[in-house]
Ligand binder design. Structure first.
Ligand code: ZN
Ligand code: ZN
Length: 357
């Protein structure tokens, strides 16, 4: 062994001994991690604020609202995106589902919230990408312990058979064999729907009021009569959800002063043609008249100026999202989330925190 190598070994051994002595006396031999703020982080595994939301790992503060995207995509559901569904949780313990589009039930179940708390659903309109998972929540929720009726609010239509009550009456008829096959084998108290149909021409009228929570509905312009948007107010916080709509003045007026505003923003006309094989004529009509194009979404949000604008109802992929973003930024430069499934917004009066679950 050379003299140089011997010196290195002695220094290394001394370092080891000093380290052992220090660690036995409780003095850390690892330099403390210091955050940019100068605050020392004592342990890298101790509880602290995370950039990811882990379901069931955080209490909601009494004055806090948490919104979780359980579906943000298109009628063609995919592993990455179910169709429209947003869960609103309030610090008073109340929970509300706004739309329950195809594929969203598995997002809801993965949050592991007891189903008795998921008994209130507000449907904006009766396209399957907005209520296509209702029967999954109805049956699956009852099977997993919901022992109260599933309560559903939704608009009327131009005729009775275009309304929510008709659709859900027939949904239950569709489930005749399913329910007959379960009766007698399981607790049957949860296998009931409690449906409240209100006039789709409602002009910001209250459709729900309880426990300090007020939910109002107002008309949306979408496809045919019988589409609405919702606004929820609680504890000085306001959440607004468009469901599907062409940009309209009701929304701009009734979403004023809102904290979190979720409005549809449709996939671009070019991508409707290229990816979804629409004809150019129907892409132009569906992408700009039946729905809200990105530039129009931006105009709506510039008029409202919410604390956070949320765009949903497009494939949020590497090759589609930038056209959406660029379109919105032509007309709006405020706070913006391009929604994807399991995006989470924690809303208080001081802050809106956006993470993924
Ligand atoms: Zn629709
Ligand atoms: Zn839709």
């Amino acid at each position: 062994m050379s003299f140089r190598n011997a010196v290195i070994m002695v220094v290394f051994a001394l370092g080891l001994i000093v380290g052992l002595i220090l660690s036995n006396t409780g003095v850390s031999v690892i330099s403390p991690v210091v955050a940019q703020s100068g605050e020392e982080i004592v342990s890298p595994v101790k509880a602290r604020q995370r950039d990811t939301y882990y379901p069931n790992s955080e209490d909601l503060a009494p004055d806090e609202m948490r919104v979780i995207a359980c579906g943000t995509g298109m009628p063609t559901t995919r592993a990455a995106q179910a169709a429209a569904c947003f869960l609103v949780e309030l610090g008073n313990g109340d929970k509300f589902l706004f739309d329950i589009g195809s594929g969203s039930a598995e997002r809801i179940s993965s949050l592991q919230i007891p189903y008795n708390y998921l008994d209130k659903v507000f449907v904006g309109h009766l396209h399957t990408d907005h209520f296509g998972a209702l029967h999954d929540l109805f049956i699956g929720g009852a099977l997993m312990g919901r022992n109260v009726p599933l309560r559903i609010w939704g608009p009327s239509g131009a005729t009775p058979e275009l309304g929510t009550a008709y659709a859900l009456d027939h949904m239950q008829k569709m489930l005749t064999w399913d329910m007959a096959g379960r009766a007698g084998n399981v607790d049957f108290r949860g296998y009931r729907m409690d449906v409240t149909e209100f006039d789709f021409r409602t002009d910001n009228e209250v459709v729900y009021e309880d426990n300090g929570v007020t939910i109002r509905a107002f008309p949306a312009i979408h496809a045919i009569d019988g589409s609405v948007s919702y606004a929820l107010e609680w504890n000085g916080l306001k959440f607004v959800f468009s469901s599907d709509t062409y940009p309209n003045n009701w929304f701009v007026e009734y979403a004023k002063d809102a904290d979190l505003v979720i409005h549809e923003c449709f996939i671009t006309v070019a991508d409707l043609v290229n990816k979804m094989k629409f004809t150019p004529e129907s892409a132009l009509s569906v992408g700009t008249q039946v729905h809200t194009a990105p530039q129009a979404f931006g105009k709506v949000m510039s008029a409202i100026q919410p604390r956070m604008a949320v765009a949903y109802h497009f494939f949020n992929d590497f090759d589609t999202r930038f056209a959406i973003y660029d379109g919105i930024r032509e007309t709006y430069d405020g706070p913006l989330s391009l929604a994807e499934d399991f995006m989470v917004w924690n809303v208080t009066r001081d802050d809106i925190r956006v993470r993924l679950a």
